[in-house]
Write a protein that binds this ligand. Structure first.
Ligand code: IMP
Ligand code: MG
Length: 179
C-alpha cells in the first residue's frame, strides 16, 4: 500500500477536539460515580488512552481483545474472543470504548457477553467512529465521535494488515489502491 495515496478524513486536531467533547458528555453522565472503562484492543487503544485523560470520575481501565478481521479490509463475519478476561462487573458502570462500529457484530458479541455474565449498573458503548451504512445488527453506539461512509479507514488505531495504527490522523484509501 502506498501511504501517499491516503486521503485524510480527520486530522489530529479534529480528533482531539471531538474526544474532548465526548469526555465532557461522559463527565456529565457519570458525575462522581465510579466507572470501569473497557478498551477493545487493538483498534481502540489510541482513542481510549486519549479519552480517559478527560474523564474526572474514579475510573478503572480494562483491556480485552476481540478480532473479526483476518488482516484484510472486511470483517470475517465471525467475532473471535482472543482475550476477554474481565473483572467482576456486577453493579458497575461499564463504559465500552471501541474504535469503530461497522457491521456491529463485535459490539453485539461484547454486549451479549457482558449481559450474559453480569448484572451491571449501566452499560454504555462509546465508539470513535460509526459506519452506520454497513450495519448488519440492531446495535448502535450510545456515544460516537464521527459518522463515516463505507470506506476502509486507516490510522489512529485502525490498521491495514497490522500497520498504520500509530498515525495521529484518520484517512482512507481507495480499495483499488490497496495492494
Ligand atoms: P464490526 O464487528 O463489523 O462492527 O467491526 C468492528 C471491528 O472491525 C472494529 O473494531 C475494527 O477493529 C474493525 N474495522 C471496521 N471497519 C474498519 C476500517 O475501516 N478500518 C480498519 N478496521 C476496521
Ligand atoms: Mg476494534
Amino acid at each position: 500500500m502506498d501511504i501517499n495515496k491516503l486521503k485524510i478524513l480527520f486530522d489530529e486536531n479534529q480528533i482531539q477536539e471531538r474526544i474532548k467533547e465526548i469526555g465532557n458528555e461522559l463527565n456529565k453522565l457519570y458525575g462522581e460515580e465510579e466507572v470501569i472503562a473497557v478498551c477493545v484492543l487493538k483498534g481502540a487503544v489510541m482513542f481510549a488512552a486519549d479519552l480517559v485523560k478527560h474523564l474526572k470520575m474514579p475510573l478503572k481501565l480494562e483491556f480485552i481483545r476481540l478480532s473479526s478481521y483476518n488482516g484484510g479490509t472486511s470483517t470475517s463475519g465471525k467475532v473471535n474472543a482472543v482475550n476477554i478476561a474481565l473483572p467482576d462487573l456486577n453493579e458497575k458502570n461499564v463504559l465500552i470504548i471501541e474504535d469503530i462500529v461497522d457491521t456491529g457484530l463485535t459490539a453485539k458479541f461484547l454486549l451479549d457477553f457482558i449481559n450474559c455474565n453480569f448484572h451491571t449498573k449501566s452499560t454504555k458503548f462509546c465508539s470513535l467512529l460509526d459506519k452506520k451504512v454497513t450495519r448488519l445488527t440492531d446495535v448502535d453506539p450510545d456515544y460516537y465521535g464521527f459518522e463515516v461512509d463505507d470506506k476502509f479507514l486507516i490510522g489512529y488505531g485502525l490498521d491495514y494488515d497490522g500497520f498504520y495504527r500509530n498515525l495521529k490522523y484518520i484517512g482512507y484509501i481507495d480499495k483499488s489502491d490497496l495492494e
